[in-house]
Design a protein around this ligand. Structure first.
Ligand code: PEP
Ligand code: MG
Length: 324
């Protein structure tokens, strides 16, 4: 099977009726770079910057961060590299920055932490910007956004950091800035958020957890954590429509993008960029090349009428099996 998939590496991710999809990769560790390039990733849709922070015993300095980020940007250039600003809290702990809370997933996470610590945020932004000099393939992504004020405040800090490094003599373009849609509030604010940013990126891991009120890491409720739940699918359709109404691109970087069944439903909705873990790239490409977008739209229309996630999952699997 793997040998068959290998042949796909150089072929585009394109449906039978010519819909081209960009397949990007999620990275974090240095070792993700080579396995992503080997499988033909068209850039990075989600670089989880907290991972290099997690494997150290103190905050990396601006220079250290710049080196780490440069490696990512250079390896994938001229493809874009989407760097998410530090997303700690919840399930992502830094040993040297303890956060103790009764409800970590509802607490001090992601952009909430970095806006309360502008010095941590600004150091990271300066490192990203300086790392991008001469490459210009950096995109900045904001995690755990739940209101437009957070985006506006973050954009001011990004702009200030950019002016600073330019005044210091660097020659850098102001990068595109995007917001993650991963909490229910952001679904209902997707249009207002899309007006303020250059792109949206859906984090379906957290979005599913928050929509279904099911801890993504709790085995006892793992059966309830289902990407095919109608609430998840309808939320995604609504996000895509909001982005389209504002003329802004939307990508998906959660695990849904790396599962052939849900990836095809996303394509049917109009998502044109999918970002996933490297091992999933070729099987998702194979699935996309095997179907017509028009058939997928038909399947999506049927699925959006259904009320039961398990039935939807089984139905999609059956249809894909029939398609070969
Ligand atoms: C997500 O929540 O879907 C996501 C991509 O981010 P993470 O898994 O890092 O929380
Ligand atoms: Mg997330």
């Amino acid at each position: 099977l793997m040998a068959g998939l290998e042949k796909l590496r150089e072929l585009p991710a394109e449906t039978r009726d010519g819909q081209r999809i960009a397949l990007q990769v999620n990275t974090g560790l240095f070792t993700d770079i080579s396995r992503s390039l080997q499988r033909g990733a068209e850039g990075v849709g989600l670089y989880r910057t907290e991972i290099p922070f997690m494997i150290r015993d103190r905050f990396p300095s601006e220079e250290e961060q710049q080196r780490i980020y440069r490696e990512q940007l250079q390896s994938f250039a001229p493809h874009p590299v989407t760097m998410r600003t530090l997303d700690v809290g919840g399930d992502k702990a830094l040993p040297y920055f303890p956060i103790v809370e009764d409800n970590p997933f509802l607490g001090w996470r992601g952009i909430r932490v970095t806006l309360d610590h502008p010095e941590i945020f600004t150091t990271q932004l300066r490192a990203m910007l300086r790392a991008s000099e001469g490459l210009d393939n950096l995109r900045i992504l904001l995690p755990m956004v739940s209101s437009v004020f957070e985006v506006e405040e973050a954009q001011q800090l990004i702009h200030r950091a950019w002016l600073e490094v330019c005044e210091e003599g660097a020659d850098i373009l102001l990068p595109p800035v995007g917001a993650m849609i991963e909490v229910p509030a952001a679904v209902y604010q997707a249009r207002a958020l899309a007006q303020r940013v250059d792109f949206l990126s859906v984090g379906t891991n957290d979005l599913t957890q928050y929509l279904l009120a099911v801890d993504r890491n709790n085995r006892r409720v793992a059966d309830l954590y289902n990407f095919y739940h109608p609430a998840v699918l309808h939320a995604l359709a609504q996000i895509v429509a909001a982005a389209a109404a504002e003329g802004k691109p939307v990508s998906v970087c959660g695990e849904m993008a790396g599962d052939p069944g849900t990836a095809l439903l996303l394509v049917a909705m109009g998502v044109e960029v999918l970002s996933m873990n490297a091992p999933n790239l070729l099987k998702v490409k194979a699935a996309i090349r095997n179907v017509a977008r028009s058939d997928l739209e038909q399947l999506l229309a049927e699925v959006l009428q259904m009320d039961n996630g398990e039935v939807i999952e089984a139905y999609v699997a059956l249809q894909l099996e029939r398609a070969g």
